[in-house]
Design a protein around this ligand. Sequence first.
Ligand code: AMP
Length: 289
Amino acid sequence: MLIIDDPQQLREKIKQLKQQGSEIAFVPTMGNLHEGHLTLVQAGQKKAAVVIVSIFVNPMQFNNAQDLLNYPKTVAQDCEKLAVAGVNIVFTPEASSIYPNGLNTQTYVEVPLLSNCLEGELRPGHFRGMSTIVNKLFNLVQPDYACFGEKDFQQLAIVKQMVSDLALPIEIIPVATKREKNGLAMSSRNSKLSGLEKQKAPFLAKVMNRIAIDLQAQKTELSILIDDASNDLNNAGFNTDAIHIVDAQTLQAVSCDSKEAVILMAAFLGETRLIDNKVVTLNPSKINI
Ligand code: AMP
């Protein structure tokens, strides 16, 4: 496995691979890798002979300098996991080589509408930073395929829209959320949970699955489903941050035209913000908004 930190060196390697006719699958990450990330690698390996993973904690998508500083950096262990997984190249650039002129005058890519709702409303500029770095990494890696987790549902929707709007020649491969046996979605943040919080954490997915069943039955108003779920989480020791049920394609309010809804959950356990989501197929004739 090659570890490359210099964008120019990466470009030269990509040029060679393209000359050899190799297809490339790309997995962008911020490191601190777990089995969820490795399922993206496996999805990439099914598609292309060469898999490239990037590890880059992107300063442009953090609105809080302390969060950026606190983000766990475990590059050596990450590279060991990726080598065992059979990854071909890991790209680990420094922020100074990605943003040589700093962030203030950096050109950006913004996907309107999808970026400013839901999580985007809580974290202004976050998705602009994300779509800009993904675009930049796409330009460096020039992949044929790029794998993204459904765990970050809004991110995936934005990346798909960006690729379509900018006619990027890349097929986006969505990968199902990898979960612990107890249902908890795997996340780098889970390592920050205390012993007691770890026991409570799977309740988030349980509540989400219950909303999904009620949503499918389409007998209860969405606002009631959300309020009940929020109360149950708070009573169980969570601090509910946001629960949304929106159209899975547009991320806007569910309407009579909605074919699928997505339940988006965000709740704090102590200091740790956990997120999860689930898509539910709707019967348009029964929608109970
Ligand atoms: P991150 O390093 O957190 O930015 O995540 C990198 C990629 O891994 C994103 O596409 C995430 O959606 C994906 N990912 C994170 N957790 C999981 C999981 N539990 N299952 C599948 N993919 C995941």
